[in-house]
Ligand binder design. Sequence first.
Ligand SMILES: *[C@@H]1O[C@H](CO)[C@@H](O)[C@H](O)[C@H]1NC(C)=O
Ligand SMILES: *[C@@H]1O[C@H](CO)[C@@H](O)[C@H](O)[C@H]1NC(C)=O
Ligand SMILES: *[C@@H]1O[C@H](CO)[C@@H](O)[C@H](O)[C@H]1NC(C)=O
Ligand SMILES: *[C@@H]1O[C@H](CO)[C@@H](O)[C@H](O)[C@H]1NC(C)=O
Ligand SMILES: *[C@@H]1O[C@H](CO)[C@@H](O)[C@H](O)[C@H]1NC(C)=O
Ligand SMILES: *[C@@H]1O[C@H](CO)[C@@H](O)[C@H](O)[C@H]1NC(C)=O
Length: 675
Amino acid sequence: MAMFAWCAISFGILVCVSADLYVHNPRGSNNRANEKSATRANNNRLFDSQNNARGGYNYGDSAANPSQNEDQQYRMKYFQSGLVGNSELMVEWTNQHGCGGDEDTSPHKLNCNMVLQFMCQDDKSTAAPDDSITLRNGANTQTQAYNKPNNDDENEGTVRNRRNANVQAGRGLHESWEWYDYCYRRERNKGLFVADQNLNDNNQGVSSAIFTRQNPNDNRRGYECPEERDYYPYFHPTPWVDIAVLAHNASSCDYYTENSFNSKPYGECVEEFNDGKRKHWSTANNPEACADKGGQWVEYHNYLELAPDFAASEANCLAQNNGNTGKVLYKWGKPYDVQKIVNHEEILDTCFVAAPPLDCQPADWSRVNHLGNGRDGQPLSYKWTLPYFPGHKDKRCVFRMRYNISTDDYDPFNTTSEHNEQKQNNVVVQRSPIEQNPLVNIGANGQLLQLAINTDQTGRVFQDRSHVFLLLTRKDKIPDEANLKNLNVRGKRGNIVQVYPAIEYDFVPNRMNIKESDLVHIQWTGSNTHDNGAPGGDGQTGDAGEGKDGSDRTNVVEILEPGENFPVPYERNNMFKNMEVVWNSLDTHGTTDEDKQKNIAIQMASVGYFQCLSQSDCGPDSIESKRALNNLLDNANASYGGIVFKLKEGVYHYMCSRNNNFSNRSQKGQITVTK
Ligand SMILES: *[C@@H]1O[C@H](CO)[C@@H](O)[C@H](O)[C@H]1NC(C)=O
Ligand SMILES: *[C@@H]1O[C@H](CO)[C@@H](O)[C@H](O)[C@H]1NC(C)=O
Ligand SMILES: *[C@@H]1O[C@H](CO)[C@@H](O)[C@H](O)[C@H]1NC(C)=O
Ligand SMILES: *[C@@H]1O[C@H](CO)[C@@H](O)[C@H](O)[C@H]1NC(C)=O
Ligand SMILES: *[C@@H]1O[C@H](CO)[C@@H](O)[C@H](O)[C@H]1NC(C)=O
Ligand SMILES: *[C@@H]1O[C@H](CO)[C@@H](O)[C@H](O)[C@H]1NC(C)=O
């Protein structure tokens, strides 16, 4: 704007933390583990969220008491898509600064984009080995350690010793230790715009990828690489697979699709130890610098998994694409195989399953200064079609979402290091288009006004990530061709002000429209330590709700009308007698269909505490022989693997008997089934 003129610079550093991106399904951690406090204990635990300290959900507990170790935690278990049928997971979130919409009818005051990604590996029998690569939540709130390298020429033995001294089984881990070590050493992209921020050097004298405009002071969160976090599409290979970009403008989708690592290989510099093994790092970040170091610039592909039937040659590999449905694409090349990198093994050309193409769409409209719904009162959501892994192995995964906002004060896609502030002898000889908290002259007799501009936050990326979950291969009577929809529970213990900026309990999706042939997987997870105690940060502490303090519980009972708050007696039920269960996380007991349906209703109402009615069907787990269930479900498990079912045509209503509390909280859902 022409009437504004810069006239002075103030160098005050504003520490401002605001509330920004919270994923509610799957439950976003916002870096929480199991803390009883309303604020998260450690905002550096796994990733840089830039969010308010109060958001997020604890990892799930399997049982009725807090987990003592990772094995006792509950991991959501979603079934993978089939080769033909899809599995859908409704991702829901809130974002504070708005996004999306149309420039003419609903203009926004910012530019934005959302990036949805995941990372998977084969599931392991040990929940939390002490290696540097296995995805884990950790059992406590501590960050993995990192000791800086002593020199750039470490040998494999020293580097492994350093890693082994750092990485612990009991702490959360997403990116590998080697990923951060590489980031620590690799020269940063010096073409990027950093405004008037002063970026330092690491202990080897390299201004490396741990320093960015948004992270000028080298803060470390987990083993996340700050440069990779801040920039998308990233210009080097990353361990993350793209799901979707929700773009500010559909016109930028070609750019995102072309440059997504899912479809475009990216290079990094590969150097070797003296014994010829592959180093996991190089300081070089481009082919020329790599050649100078005697390294080799190698391009890697993103991928879902290695091809199951190892096709030994390129021709055999590509031949596997003949006649497939298009969901699986085999490629020949060098996959970005994190396991090999961590093992210091060379990555050779091989046959791999390509990452599915990026889904780019314009972002839906959302309101500014508000952590709420989008248009028509609908939650902000994205329907994620879960991947299909032709290798038929169970996978262990994490989901990540970033929300990126920038302004028109400078062209975010055309402002580079050439526009950075430049000084000679401590005198500014070139100003940055944005400066820290500038004083501006609005042309009124020299009266100056200060603007709240933080150059490390103008252009800012927020992030949330899920806890670890599993993507299971389809089993039992879940056919490959069936479409499967996940039905889960969002929210946590407390009333609306106590849980904020998380949310109160509800089913997600709250209303489902399905066909008789569709499958629904109902499942939920909860914590036993959502006490929301002190410190409360800038919100209220307390955990108003039913049942034992700090405990999340859910069950499902049928109601006849959405306006009712009494469950129907079993004799009058519609839902269970019209239900066919094709998979049960417990056993389905009973001989007649009627008995089986009744026992399913008992499992759903008691969270599996009772598995059936009569002792002759399920022995000690029957209502006849087990001690009473607490009527607020306190002694039932916090999490429940649930059932996969089909329903006959009709409209069905259900609620949670414990959390539904008319005038305070509604936890009710609806499923409409058509032929
Ligand atoms: C999207 O980009 C097109 C072409 O650059 C432009 O005409 C349109 O106004 C943009 N829409 C929004 C919402 O920015
Ligand atoms: C965020 O937007 C900026 C442009 O302002 C872009 O340079 C950067 O790559 C984006 N980062 C992410 C994570 O989307
Ligand atoms: C960047 O600026 C140059 C020259 O000012 C212009 O030609 C180019 O179209 C701009 N690129 C984008 C992506 O806006
Ligand atoms: C319903 O919720 C309110 C607020 O949390 C609580 O005060 C009240 O006791 C609850 N009702 C029952 C029946 O528990
Ligand atoms: C409850 O959790 C315990 C501990 O994980 C588990 O052994 C038990 O099978 C669970 N019960 C049900 C009904 O899921
Ligand atoms: C709802 O919550 C309020 C405040 O927490 C409480 O005073 C009231 O009794 C609750 N209503 C019901 C029906 O329990």
